[in-house]
Structures are given as structure tokens and as C-alpha cells.
Design a protein around this ligand. Structure first.
Ligand code: ZN
Length: 308
């Protein structure tokens, strides 16, 4: 019999907690605020969760963690700008000692991509790129069913590097783009213009109007002229780095996660634009919304143990 696996999804604000009887299937158990500032409080919060729900698994069931941040499984560290608790700690080693069970950990975009590869929109594809278009822009890469965890835990991070254009031409009009310092320290990363915050930043820059990304997308769907321009600029900014990423990695499917995954019309426009820029394009959809953009972290975590 397969041993149940304990799964945790760690974000800057919350810890989601679940049990998996079978890889890929999860039973949600709990959600608590993440005491993200302090290791002692964070690790004790995990210990309390594990103790609270112990009747759902074995005393030596593994804990599989999906977390925000850069996960370096070689150094056993996680760097997450919004989780100070991780700093200076050997995450797996310290948690497995405290919780008295094996601990596995992967980045949440990687877990999402793993879930999509085995159970979702990336099924039967040898190379799957997970493109996270949420608050910002991130990614994960799964080849032949395995997460590719690159040097220092960096792979498929198409949102970083000073890669965005300084101007785009839309309907014969040249539009200068804002150059913004990214959380990674560089200026001009796609992460600053490409996610939901990026849509808002572009709209403010173009129309001096402060709206939420959801409001802008709603207006765009109502054929609002200003919102249409914002989305056109956004598509122009997004499509080039994504096309380059596709030419380098060669995925046969790109599965979109994050909040924008619930906007299939926008994803379809992005797909058209990107396919016009890549080598040897195909007719069928290449960039598609994922199925697990809500709980891909937990589902992917449940798949980590048998793949370790
Ligand atoms: Zn950056």
C-alpha cells in the first residue's frame, strides 16, 4: 500500500496543508497564516499542523513542500523575498529533524508544472514549460516527467533579466515603455510589466488611470479603446521574451499558471503572437491555460516523493 504523503504549500501570506493518499490526489486539510518573519514561529506552525492532523497519515509519512521562492536543493536553502524565516536555514535538514520524517521541497511554479505534466494540460508532452503569469512572471520546466532544477534552483525564469523593449509600435504609434527596477535588482525585467501588476503599471503609464488588472481586462472585453491599447502593449511586451524562451527550450506545450490562466481569450492572443515569432511553428494551440492554477502547488508536491 502506498503511504499517504503530507503536502504543504507555502506562500508569503498562508500555509496550505493537505494529505495525499495517492500521488496527484489531495485532500485539503487546513490553511493558516504564515508566520513568515521568524524561523522558530514558522517551523513550530508546521509542527502544530503535522500534529493536529496526524490521524490522516503515518508517523513516518513524508512531508512534501511546494513553496514560493528560489529552492536550491543542493545547498538546502530557499530564498524568498517575502519569507524572511527561511534565511540562514537548512530547510529540509532542520524540518526533517523537527518533524521526524523525510522532507521534500520544490518551487511552486515547478510543482505546478509537474502537476500539469502528469495530470493536466501537459499530459503526454515530453517537454513542458509552465509559464506563471500571476502577480508577476515565473516559470518551471519539466522534461520527461522530471522537474529540471537548474544551477542554484534557477530554470525557465523568463521573467528576469533586462529583456523588455524600451518602446513598441502599435498602430503606427511609437509607445515608450516604463523602465522599472525589479525585485531582483535589475531594470527592465519582464516581471515588472508582464504580470497583473505589469498590466496595471502599463495602463497607468499609457492612460494615467489607476485600475486593477481585473478592471482593465473587463474593460478590454467590453472593447474599451484604452484597455485595448494597454492589452496590445502588454502582448507586445510579453510575446518576444516568451518566443525566445520557446526557441531555446523547445517545449511542445506551454501551460499557463497564475491568475491570468483564467483568461483564456488573452492566452489565445498571446499564443497567436508568440507562434508568429518562433521557429517551425505549429497550427494547434501551443500556449494553453493550465488546469491546476489554484492548487497546482499541493498537487505537484504530492508527486515529488515518488520522483525523488
Ligand atoms: Zn528581475
Amino acid at each position: 500500500m502506498v503511504k499517504p504523503i503530507i503536502c504543504a504549500d507555502i506562500g508569503g501570506s498562508f500555509i496550505k496543508f493537505a494529505v495525499s493518499e495517492k500521488p496527484g490526489q489531495i485532500q485539503f486539510l487546513d490553511k493558516i497564516a504564515n508566520p513568515a518573519d521568524n524561523w522558530q514561529a514558522f517551523s513550530q506552525a508546521l509542527l502544530s499542523l503535522v500534529n493536529k492532523w496526524q490521524s490522516h497519515y503515518k508517523s513516518d509519512s513524508a512531508l512534501a513542500i511546494s513553496t514560493t521562492g528560489v529552492v536550491d536543493n543542493v545547498k538546502d536553502t530557499v530564498f524568498a523575498g517575502n519569507i524572511a524565516a527561511f534565511r540562514g536555514h537548512q530547510i529540509k535538514q532542520e524540518l526533517s529533524q523537527l518533524l521526524k520524517r523525510p522532507v521534500y521541497i520544490a518551487n511552486d511554479a515547478d510543482c505546478f508544472t509537474l502537476a500539469e505534466t502528469h495530470l493536466g494540460a501537459g499530459k503526454n508532452h515530453p517537454i513542458v514549460l509552465g509559464a506563471i503569469i500571476g502577480t508577476g512572471v515565473g516559470g518551471g520546466l519539466v522534461i520527461h516527467g522530471q522537474i529540471i532544477e537548474g544551477r542554484g534552483g534557477i530554470t525557465a525564469e523568463w521573467g528576469h533579466g533586462p529583456i523588455t523593449r524600451t518602446e513598441v509600435a502599435i498602430n503606427g504609434r511609437t509607445i515608450h515603455l516604463p523602465r522599472v527596477r525589479c525585485g531582483c535588482g535589475q531594470i527592465g525585467c519582464l516581471d515588472t510589466l508582464g504580470g497583473a501588476r505589469g498590466i496595471e503599471r502599463l495602463h497607468l503609464h499609457l492612460h494615467q488611470q489607476s485600475l486593477t488588472s481585473q478592471q482593465i481586462i473587463t474593460l478590454y472585453k467590453q472593447a474599451d479603446v484604452q484597455a485595448e491599447l494597454t492589452i496590445k502593449v502588454w502582448l507586445a511586451v510579453m510575446s518576444e521574451p516568451l518566443a525566445l524562451t520557446l526557441n531555446i527550450l523547445g517545449p511542445s506545450i506551454v501551460v499557463v499558471g497564475g491568475g491570468l490562466a483564467s483568461e483564456p481569450e488573452l492566452i489565445a492572443r498571446l499564443d497567436d503572437k508568440v507562434k508568429a515569432m518562433i521557429l517551425n511553428p505549429i497550427d494547434s494551440p501551443l500556449i494553453v491555460p493550465g488546469m491546476f492554477h489554484q492548487d497546482g502547488g499541493l498537487i505537484g508536491a504530492s508527486l515529488l516523493v515518488e520522483r525523488a
